[in-house]
Design a binder for this molecule. Structure first.
Ligand code: FE2
Length: 270
């Protein structure tokens, strides 16, 4: 079984009139890759309705499972204006490939477990205090989730919520070969390398080092993540960590979306 892995499509921000939409470019590359399933680790667009429409289109045109966890941008909802993030969380669960609290059986022993994950500031540098991270603002820059995401609880508490749901799902599938999917970073290897003047602070909003500990404990085979716009893999004891972000057009190196997606898409053979 071949599972394609990608994240951070940002179809709205990457849209240009002279080129086909990003989802069409993804369909083209998926088609030539002979996939049996596709995993998207979040940040399809800045609006839940747009992200859901893309998921529906991909599912219909691919004809195989399209699995997904929402990223922070998917919760932003810049167009529909919904600020209750739990409302959007449930809206994403109406898509049958949404992994939030719903592990997906691939039918060959493998199971895919996932949730957005969140950040708990463990990836920021210790020169900043907890209160400074809580402000989500430093060096004249604001971490935009503070404007567009409202879980009704602190970042640490929403991280804890996701962590506990993941642990429950992992415990229920103990002993099985597992692919874990988050949007946020599950391992500090993927944070922006230090020293870096801004990211010494903003790394705090990339994920949590606690997820990797959980993966070790449950022998997770693959840890898929996005968010940081890197494309790299890292072997952490028994877990192959995969970050396959398409990212923003200004970060691309190839001439077209199709070529860029070919470079980005990772394939797991399970
Ligand atoms: Fe993100």
């Amino acid at each position: 079984m071949k599972l394609g892995v990608i994240s951070d499509l940002h179809v709205d921000l990457n849209e240009v009139p002279s080129e086909p939409p990003i989802e069409e470019a993804l369909l083209e590359v998926a088609g030539e890759s002979g996939l049996d399933g596709l995993i998207i680790a979040g940040d399809i667009s800045n609006d839940a309705n747009r992200s859901l429409a893309v998921l529906q289109l991909l599912k219909e045109r691919c004809g195989y499972p399209v699995l997904f966890v929402p990223g922070n941008h998917d919760y932003w909802s810049k167009d529909n204006g919904i600020r209750d993030t739990w409302h959007l969380y449930r809206q994403f669960q109406t898509f049958d490939g949404c992994l939030s609290e719903r592990p997906y059986e691939l039918g060959n022993e493998w199971v895919v477990i996932g949730n957005s994950g969140w950040y708990d500031y463990t990836m920021g540098e210790p020169d900043y205090s907890f209160d400074e991270f809580e402000r989500m603002h430093a060096m004249d820059r604001t971490w935009q989730d503070s404007l567009y995401v409202d879980w009704g609880m602190s970042n640490r508490d929403i991280h804890r919520y996701f962590y506990e749901r993941m642990e429950r799902d992992l415990a229920e599938h103990r002993g099985r070969p597992i692919v874990m999917v988050t949007h946020m970073l599950a391992h500090p290897y993927f944070k922006v390398p230090m020293p870096h003047p801004q990211w010494s602070y903003f790394n705090a909003f990339l994920g949590s080092a606690e997820y990797a500990d959980l993966y070790r404990q449950y022998g997770v085979r693959y840890g898929i993540m996005g968010h940081v716009h890197y494309r790299k893999t890292y072997a952490d004891q028994g877990t192959e960590m995969v970050c396959a972000c398409l990212g923003y057009r200004k970060e691309w190196r190839k001439a077209s979306a199709v070529e860029e997606i070919r470079d980005c898409l990772q394939i797991l053979s399970l």
